[in-house]
Design a binder for this molecule. Structure first.
Ligand code: DON
Length: 465
């Protein structure tokens, strides 16, 4: 079978191709002459699978999309605290090249407008770094993110430098305000070089997917951006990535994103998928017209809006009961019938899932509550089984909540058996007495043998019991 996804992507391109609005960036000669018929899209999954359509190998300069990644590098090299001292995180509502500073703090409003991005560039490597060291660090990091060696487009660089008075002006403004200490012309030249790195949509989708994958490159498995920085970058992409179109973007598309004046756009939906689109004609805010349309369509077709509740927490816990007839061995007399309550969790369990589990256990095996008919139905259960067989991950808070639930059950001298073939449950959970600890097994069969003794059988079966 041929995957339907490339055909879907090709269909998206055909849908947006008739849109003729916009014009390529006029203030950089090379971009002004861009072939405006070029159109491409790519998506990269967090497991590294990549799909693309259209002019997916055509290269264009990364421009402002680089700002998101250079912000991450600035955080890594100078520390978040220092970066926040120098660059704010508030949407400015201004154009990307506005000569503006935040009232009161004198910082650039955010790292996505040029003033903030030039400052972030100056914070890469360290305060005493040379311009070459900074651009070298950035080129290498972007190459690792793309998964191939990238290059600066010298023609674009020269072309932008030639008419770079506005950015030079921003550099001098930053120096005068004490935000940057180094030579402003050198920093702006470095920033323009960073913007002139060539990429295609496949590179960009993979770079975006690395952000979606907690900073770990989906193909190489290399941890490139620390998770805390990823959170910071995605936050400012959400509020400031599309400049003065941020509000429209968040409500229509709902994916953290960044655009560039060569016509590229990336979107990074945490934990799911990295998107990239390319078409050179821009709207008045500097965002690719067809690129925005592609992202809007994909978000709506595929339900990618980050505010869409894709996994309702209620679905994560299932309760079932099995009756076990004890075998010849301990712990029960032969033919003794006892009930076992099994709580099965599913998926990526976070706080809401752990709270659901805690509530379900309390209701089923706790004391009956007159106000809640049916509660306490299994208060005398012989054993409580927590099955993590279908759990993909337990977040730190879910581990804490479930660990505490288990500790409390053990303190009540309950027999707790945990089915955990993928080792998601924290090993160190124990009751207060030395002898108290949950039994951890690999399968439901092992759990049943442990509870009923070897040779036991189940009368009332459930699931795989
Ligand atoms: O600073 C500039 O003018 C460009 N090199 C980058 C601007 C840019 O990509 C704005 N994004 N839409």
């Amino acid at each position: 079978m041929k995957s339907p996804i490339p055909d879907y992507l090709a269909g998206v391109l055909e849908k947006v191709r008739p849109i003729e609005r916009g014009a390529p960036a006029g203030y950089i000669d090379t971009l002004a002459r861009a072939d405006t018929s070029k159109l491409a899209v790519a998506i990269a999954m967090v497991d590294g699978n990549l799909y693309s359509a259209g002019d997916d190998r055509v290269e264009f300069s990364i421009q402002s999309i680089s700002k998101a990644f250079v912000y991450a590098l600035a955080i890594e090299d100078s520390g978040l605290e220092r970066v926040l001292e120098k660059i704010g995180v508030e949407p400015s509502g201004d154009a990307f090249n506005e000569l503006s500073l935040e009232k009161g703090t004198n910082r650039p409003m955010n790292p996505m407008i040029n003033a903030g991005a030039i400052t972030a560039h100056s914070l890469v490597v360290g305060p005493d770094a040379t311009a070459e060291q900074r651009t070298d660090r950035i080129l290498k990091a972007l190459s690792r993110l793309a998964g191939r060696e990238l290059h600066v487009d010298e023609e674009v660089y020269e072309s932008e430098l030639k008419d770079g008075d506005r950015n030079m002006g921003i550099g001098h403004m930053l120096k005068a305000a004490g935000i940057i200490k180094c030579n402003p012309q050198e920093v702006v030249r470095g920033y323009i070089r960073q913007c002139s790195i060539n990429v295609n949509v496949r590179d960009l989708a993979m770079m975006a997917a690395t952000l979606c994958n907690a900073g770990v490159h989906p193909v190489t498995g290399e941890s490139i951006i620390p998770q805390r920085s990823v959170r910071q970058v995605l936050s400012v992409m959400t509020t400031c990535g599309m400049y003065d179109a941020a509000g429209d973007w968040v409500s229509n598309v709902g994916i953290p994103a960044k655009s560039g004046v060569a016509g590229g756009i990336i979107g990074a939906l945490p934990g799911q998928v990295g998107l990239a689109a390319f078409s050179p004609k821009l709207d008045e805010r500097g965002n690719s017209v067809r690129g925005v349309a592609i992202c809007e369509k994909m978000s709506s077709d595929m339900g990618l809006h980050m505010m869409e509740a894709s996994q309702i927490a209620r679905a994560t816990v299932r309760t079932s009961v099995a009756t076990i007839v004890a075998g010849e061995c301990e712990p029960h007399n032969r033919n003794c019938q006892r009930e076992v309550v099994i709580f099965s969790l599913r998926g990526a369990v976070r706080f809401a899932g752990s709270e659901r589990l805690s509530r379900a256990i309390q209701r089923e095996v706790g004391d009956p509550d007159p106000a809640d008919p049916g509660s306490g139905a299994h208060a005398d259960a012989c054993a409580i089984v927590l099955s993590f067989r279908d759990v993909y991950s337990l977040s730190a808070v879910a581990q804490k909540v479930i660990g505490e639930v288990v500790r409390r059950l053990l303190l009540e001298d309950r027999s707790v058996v945990i089915v955990d073939p993928s080792h998601v449950f924290p090993k160190e959970v124990k009751g207060d007495k030395d002898a108290q600890h949950p039994v951890i097994v690999q399968s439901e069969g092992e759990a049943r043998d442990h509870i009923g003794g070897r040779g036991c059988s189940t009368l009332q079966k459930t699931d795989s019991w």
